[in-house]
Design a protein around this ligand. Sequence first.
Ligand code: MCN
Length: 784
Amino acid sequence: MSENGIGKPVKRREDRRFLTGRGRYTDDLRMENQAYAAFVRSPHAHARVSGIDAAAALEQEGVIRVLTGPELVADGIGNIITGWAITSKDGAPMKVGDWSALATDRVRYVGDAVAVVIAETRQGARNAAELVEVSYEELPAVARGDRALQPGAPQLHDVAPGNLVFDWEIGDAAATDAALAAAATVVELSLENNRLAPNAMEPRSAVAVHDPAEDHYTLYTTSQNPHVARLVLSAFYQVAPEHKLRVVAPDVGGGFGSKIYIYPEEITCLWAAMKTGRSVKWTSERNEAFMTDAHGRDHVTTARMGFDEGGRITGFKVETIANLGAYCSLFATATPTYLYATLLSGQYDIPAIHANVKAAYSNTVPVDAYRGAGRPEATYLVERMMTTAARQMGMEEAELRRRNFIQSFPHQTPVIMCYDAGDFPGNLDKAMAAADVAGFPARRAEAAARGMLRGLGYSCYIEACGIAPSKAVGALGAGVGLWESAEMRVNPVGTIEILTGSHSHGQGHETTFAQIVADRFGVPIESISILHGDTDKVQFGMGTYGSRSGAVGMSAIVRAMDKVEAKVRRIAAHLLDGAPEDIVIEDGQARLPGTNRSLAWHEIGLAAYTAHDLPEGMEPGLKETAFYDPVNFTFPAGTYICEVEVDPQTGVVRIVQFTAADDFGTVINPMIVEGQVHGGVAQGIGQALLEQVVYDEAGQLLTGSYMDYCMPRADDVPFYTITHNATVCPGNPLGMKGCGEAGAIGSPPAVINAVTDAIGTNDLSMPATPMKVWQALAGARAPA
Ligand code: MCN
C-alpha cells in the first residue's frame, strides 16, 4: 500500500503547471510558417447561398486565400457524420441531412460556416472575413423542436420530411397503457429541459500542419478523443489517410462533452493547410463559441405516471420531443434515445415503461452531449415527477421514494439497463441525516419569521456511465466499440510510463491514474508518467466522455499491469531462485519470502532490458499493452438534498445548503471526486436557476454573450456537504463507478423541487430566474 495509493487525497500533479501558467493549450502553440483562419458565418438562420464574392477580401494585405464550400466538395472532403444509427418505430432509418464543413448552397443556423479566410495575422483574417460578400436569399426559419414538427413548419432537409429525424420508442406501450388505465392515481407532468451552452473555459482551437515532403498531416486540437478524431477525419471526411494523420490534443481546458465531436473548423483547417502550404491556426472567440459549440439538452416532454393505492408506481409513459438543431452531430442521435430513455426507471421498481422520442431538425446550432447527456434530462423528469406525485397524493416525498426504491440487485429495468449494485435507501438515509431534514421545519419557521420562504428539495438520481460494452452499443446502433486501451512501459531504470487512450481535460488523470500504479507496485508516484492525447504515442483510444475513464480507462491499465506483473514475477523468480507465484511485489521491490533475497524495481527493469539472464524463451523488455471492454455500464447513484430561501419581494433564490450522498463505488482520490461533484453541481445549479440559450422565432441567437447568458458565479453556489455511500461495482477490477457527471445529473431537480416547495406552486420551469419565481408567486397569490 503506497502513501499515494488508492483512497488517498493526493494533490493534483498537473495543477502546478496549470496554476503557474505553464499549461500548453492549442492556442499556445506557434508553428513555423503559421497563418490564421477566420470563418465567414451566416447571419441568417436559414437561407440559400447564391453567390460568394471574395474580391475585396483578397485585396487586403496579408490575405493568402479565401476558400469556400464548393471547392471543399470538389477536393473530395466528405460530409460530417453522426455516429449512432437510430431506427424509427416503424422500422425506417433515421433521416440524416447533408452537412458540409463549409456550406455549399444553403445555411441552416446563425453561425453556419460559409467560407474561410487564411491570412498572415489573426486580425487580418478576421477583418478580411468581414469583407467577403455572400449573397443570401433568406428562407423562413424555425427554432423550437416542437414547432419544427408541426405541419407547415419551414423544412430544413429534403431527406427529412416534416423535419423528423426519427420517431423512436422503447419499452412496452400496451403494458404501460394498461397499467395507467388501472392505476389508482395518475400524475401528469409537462416540462421543458432548457437548452444550455457548454462554456468550457478554453474555447475550441485547431492548428493544422501539412508536411508536403511526406504528405503528412498533424492536427493539434481541443479534443476529448483524438484517436476518434483521426479515425473520423480520415475514414469519413477523407482529409488524409489514417497513417498520414497525427492528432494531438495537448492540455485542454475543459470540454464537458462539447469537444467530443469533429466540428467544421478542424476539418477546414486541415484542408486549408494542404491548400495553402501553410500551418493554419484557428481559435474560437467566445461569441463564436456561443454560436457554434454544440448545445445541450432542449427537450419538451409530457409524462404520466400511475400509482396503486399504496403509492407504488405501476407504469410510466413519456413523450419527448428532442431538438437536434440544424444537423446531426456525432453523438446527437444517441443522447435523447439510449442515453436518456434507458434511465427512465430512475431508482425505482417500475413494472411498465414506455417512451416515445421524436427528434427534430431546427434552425439552431446542433445539439449534442453536454455533461450528463440525456441522463440529466431523464433524472429531471423522474425526480420532478416523484415530487409532483408526492404533493398530489399528500405523501412525504422521502416516503414515496423509499416505497418504490429498487432493493435487490442485479435489477433488470423495462428499458434495457440492468443495474448491478446500489443502496438507494442507504443513500437517502445518509443524505437526510447530513442535511438535518429533521430540523427543517424549525429552520422554515425561523425563515418565515424573517419574511423569507424556505424550501427543501430531493433528487434521487441514477445514471449509466463507464460507457460502454462494445457488443451492447453495437447492437444499439453505435458506429464504434467503446473499449479502452492502455500500455505500461517499465524503463530500464525502473521509471514507468502509462500510455492511455483516455484524455484528461480537467479530471486529474495524471494523478489518479498514477495512484493505481503506485498502489499496485509500491513505487513512488514521482516515477510514474501518464501520457495521453497524442495518436503518435498512444496506439489507440476511445477518449473521455460518459464518465468512462475511471471504470474503463483505468481498467485497461489494470489489465496492462496484470501482464507486467506476471512478467516481473517470472524474472524475479528466475533471478531470486524461487517460484513466480511465491514472489511478493510491494514497496517498489520484488522479494522472495522466507529469504533475504529481493530485487528493487530498477534492478528488474535493468534485467529485462540487458537480457543477460532471463528465463528460457522470454523476450527482452518490460512493456505490455491491453484493451479493456467493460461487461456493463456502471451505475453511480445518490441522493441530493437542496435547501433554498426565496425572497418573496424579489423572487431571488439563495441556496442555503446542498447535501450529497453519492455512491461512486471504490473512490481512488476523494479530493478529486469531490471536486468533480462540486463542478457538476455548480453546472446543475446553473441550469436550474440561471442558464438558458434563447433563439427568437426567426432563429436569431439572443444569448450570444455573457451579457445575456448567465453562468453561475462563486456567490451563486453554496458550500457543499458531500458524503459517500459506496457499493462496489462488480463489473470492473477496481470496483469503480464514474463520478464526472453525477453532480450535473442529480442537482437540477433537487433545486427546482426545493424552490417549488418554498413558493408553494409546482408550476415553475428552468431556469428559475427571479422574474419567473416572482411571477409564479404572484400567480399563486392571485385570487382564482
Ligand atoms: N475517480 C475516482 N474515483 C471514482 C471515480 C472517478 O477517483 N470512483 C476519478 C478518476 O480517476 C478521474 C476523475 O475522478 O480522475 C473523473 O473520473 P470519471 O468519473 O471516470 O470521469 P472521466 O475521467 O471519464 O471524465 C469525464 C467526465 C465527463 S463525461 C464530463 S462531461 C466532465 C467531467 O468528467 N467534463 C469535465 N468532469 C470534468 N471536469 C473538468 N474539470 N472539465 C471537464 O470538461
